[in-house]
Design a protein around this ligand. Structure first.
Ligand code: SF4
Length: 612
């Protein structure tokens, strides 16, 4: 089928044995690729008894039908596994150029199982598969590994790897790709799964071509739309994802002081927002492969204690979680902390969140200077953030506790620390306050992987985006309640498709929408998808992930948000004191989804979606 290479590599590390299987076209039509197809494989091959860090867990790398074609912003891949951070369905996706090169190497995806007796890396070279010794790179950081493995294989090869955090199976560990450009499949601790298998890296290279059914039609459409995309997304190019940080502060959606500060933080936000970053530190732009938007930035710190730090710029999420959420306005320190996370291979969202949690525990006396080896873990201390990142990456001292993520760290600390552990289903919150977006609250509570802004993206449909094809003619008022369950269900189905086709969601800010994605899918594959089948497929994918979590014992009781988010109002005069009425919105959401009041997909719904 066009849009696919047609092969998946299954590799059992315990047996050092490969098995190259044909892509199952029946599954591909039902689950598309990327996130959807990965979820299907995980659903079939693991269950509630699978220990995430055991050889029985599988680690899936999957591209989509857009990957490797001329479709814009499409060099993406998803990683799917049972998460060691949450114990449920886990997934994360990344850009850069690794996804496209994986396909060029001759595979749509890779499924890793087992555990190697010693450190190894996989070298996929134009259809050939070789398992190589990685003892000499064990203990090295992701930047070092990238250059060593390129010199050992091919200077044009692309490396996805873990740093020291993954080796130590720290539940906040990420899988990094593209070396110093630091693109990351960061959420859910999937780097720890890779480390538990003694798999240090997967290096890919090749020149396989992805066939497109109607290349002429696709190229013409892309040519026509490129100018519009570049113009509409110009803000992202100019200031990167950090550009909106000060605006989010005005809207009350920027996390502050572990989500507790309920006043304005104008001056602090100005010090770490995109405009300041560009003015003081940015040295260039970065584009993922096939991207014409270019939201990535390169930075250099030219003076002060972090002088010489030169790497990709912290994204909005990083600036917010390691910055404002810790009340840190020291941009150079955040840049350094970001660089360390990328080298160790750590999720900057969860790492920033758990450091803010640690600061609150320190303030309350649950953690002392004795525990932190003398680090003053106080609000606003950027140097402390840098030092604690090192401790988490090395899994030493206080880093051992905080590296478990805020849910587990709170359990270990006891003494009501759960009250200020800000997570859903064990996944620490990303930087979009659900008190500022009611649909955002539903999305955080119901996302399969835990607190997630991307799998629903519904908060953006309460701010600037519309999808008239599916009954969202204009952005909804963010504080409305009625309709937010339905909005969230629709956008989750929609985003599930983008994660399965593998296309960057920022192209939505370039004015693209469902009709264009369907047109491109049909050009690539020759299929005849329409809006109804697009949404039905997205719904199937979302329900499959839910059913995986139901297998793991989850239900309505787990679709929760922390009490601080549901009860703690913002009091500044120009901020809304809104608290999301989660129970009411969940009722609407379950009904629209055809789930029971307890949040379980009904038998009829499962049959209608042909999940099985
Ligand atoms: S918009 Fe940004 S994240 Fe998306 S593909 Fe382009 S550079 Fe990558």
């Amino acid at each position: 089928m066009e849009g696919y290479i047609g092969k998946i590599l299954y590799f059992d590390l315990s047996l050092s044995k490969k098995d190259i299987r044909d892509l199952d076209i029946y599954d591909v039509k039902k689950y598309i690729g990327g996130s959807g197809l990965g979820a299907k494989i995980l659903f079939d091959e693991t269950d509630e008894k699978t220990d995430p860090l055991s050889p029985e867990n599988i680690l899936i790398f999957m591209t989509g039908p857009f990957t490797g074609t001329p479709v814009l912003c499409s060099s993406r891949y998803s990683v799917i596994s049972k998460s060691p951070l949450t114990g449920i369905f886990g997934e994360s996706s990344s850009g850069g150029s690794w996804g496209e090169m994986l396909k060029k190497s001759g595979f749509d995806g890779i499924v890793i199982r087992g555990k190697s007796p010693k450190p190894v890396y996989l070298w996929l070279n134009n259809g050939e598969v070789e398992l190589r010794n990685a003892s000499h790179i064990w203990g090295k950081d992701t930047f070092e590994i990238d250059s060593i493995l390129k010199s050992e294989t091919n200077s044009k090869a692309i490396v996805a790897c873990i740093g020291q955090a993954g080796e130590k199976s720290i539940p906040l560990a990420a899988i990094m790709n593209d070396g110093v450009h630091s693109r990351a499949a960061a959420r859910c601790g999937l780097g720890a799964v890779m480390g538990s298998k003694n798999l240090k890296a997967i290096v890919v290279y090749g020149n396989h071509k992805v066939e497109v059914k109607d290349a002429q039609g696709l190229n013409k459409s892309i040519k026509e739309l490129s100018k519009i995309i570049v113009e509409k997304a110009a803000g992202l190019k100019k200031l990167g994802t950090a550009g909106a940080l000060a605006v989010f502060e005005e809207m009350g959606s920027l996390p502050l002081q572990n989500w507790r500060y309920n006043d304005r933080w104008k001056e602090g936000a100005q010090k770490i927002t995109g405009a300041t970053l560009v003015e003081s530190y940015v040295t260039g732009d970065y584009f993922c492969k096939r991207c014409i938007i270019g939201c990535g930035k390169k930075v250099e710190v030219k003076d002060g204690p972090y002088k010489g730090t030169e790497q990709s710029a912290p994204e909005y999420e990083t600036l917010a979680l390691m910055g404002s959420n810790c009340l840190v306005d020291d941009l150079a320190a955040i840049i350094k902390a970001n660089e360390l996370c990328n080298r160790y291979g750590l999720d900057t969202i969860s790492t920033g969140s758990v450091i803010a949690f640690g600061m609150e525990a320190f303030e309350k006396g649950l953690i002392t200077k004795k525990d932190t080896d003398g680090i003053e873990l106080v609000w606003g201390n950027g140097d402390a953030v840098v030092e604690v990142v090192k401790k988490i990456g090395e899994s030493e001292g206080i880093g051992k506790l905080l590296g478990l993520g805020s849910r587990k760290a709170a359990e270990m600390l006891g003494r009501n620390a759960e009250e200020f552990a800000i997570h859903a289903k064990g996944l620490d919150f990303p930087a979009h306050d659900p008190r500022a977006y009611n649909a955002g609250a539903v999305a955080f509570a119901t996302s399969a992987r835990g607190a997630c802004h991307l799998s629903g993206f519904s908060h953006v449909f309460e701010r600037s985006l519309a999808a008239p094809e599916i009954g969202i003619p204009e952005p909804m008022n963010r504080f409305d309640v009625s309709g937010k369950g339905i909005l969230t269900a629709k956008t989750q189905n929609y985003m599930g498709m983008l994660d399965s086709l593998e296309i960057c969601k920022f192209i939505l800010f370039g004015g693209m929408g469902i009709s264009t994605f369907i047109k491109w899918y049909n050009y690539v594959t020759g299929e005849k998808m329409d809006v109804d089948s697009f949404m039905l497929t997205g719904e199937r994918i979302f329900n499959l992930k839910r059913l995986y979590n139901v297998k793991c014992g989850l239900s309505r009781k787990d679709d929760f948000l922390p009490p601080r988010i549901l009860t703690w109002k913002k009091v500044a005069e120009d901020l809304s004191p809104n608290l999301p009425p989660l129970g009411t919105m969940l009722g609407e959401y379950y009904e629209y989804r055809g789930w029971s009041e307890d949040g379980i997909p009904s038998k009829e719904k499962i049959e209608e979606l042909e999940i099985g």
